[in-house]
Design a protein around this ligand. Structure first.
Ligand SMILES: C[S@@+](CC[C@H](N)C(=O)[O-])C[C@H]1O[C@@H](n2cnc3c(N)ncnc32)[C@H](O)[C@@H]1O
Length: 91
């Protein structure tokens, strides 16, 4: 089991208590979306996936479409130090 592996991601999700049935998830520094796609498969609801590197996000977009998950994943190029959401906002 390594950093960011699918099993680690599922285990981390299972540790989140009292989640709503369809949680809003923000994945910061999602890279090519390995973790994003596991989360989208394991949890209902919507995921906002952000990274600085556009080509990584393009790969995520392609894989999300292949897996039928594109409608549930919003993809944004954004710096994690300056996210374009107001304080306290759900995405
Ligand atoms: C170790 S990778 C994590 C990949 C992903 N979470 C996964 O499970 O596959 C770290 C990611 O953080 C991104 N990153 C680094 N600094 C960032 C910043 N300031 N804002 C947004 N993304 C950043 C990198 O582009 C890279 O894709």
């Amino acid at each position: 089991m390594g950093r960011g592996c699918a099993e680690c991601t599922r285990n981390a999700l299972a540790l989140c208590e009292d989640l709503p049935a369809a949680p809003e998830i923000l994945d910061v520094g999602c890279g090519t979306g390995a973790q994003t796609l596991v989360l989208a498969s394991a949890a209902a609801g919507r995921i906002t996936a952000t990274d600085l590197i556009g080509p990584f996000l393009a790969q995520l977009e392609e894989r999300a479409a292949e897996m039928g998950l594109a409608k549930r994943i919003q993809i944004l190029v954004a710096d994690m130090n300056d996210l374009p959401f107001p304080d306290g906002a759900s995405t």
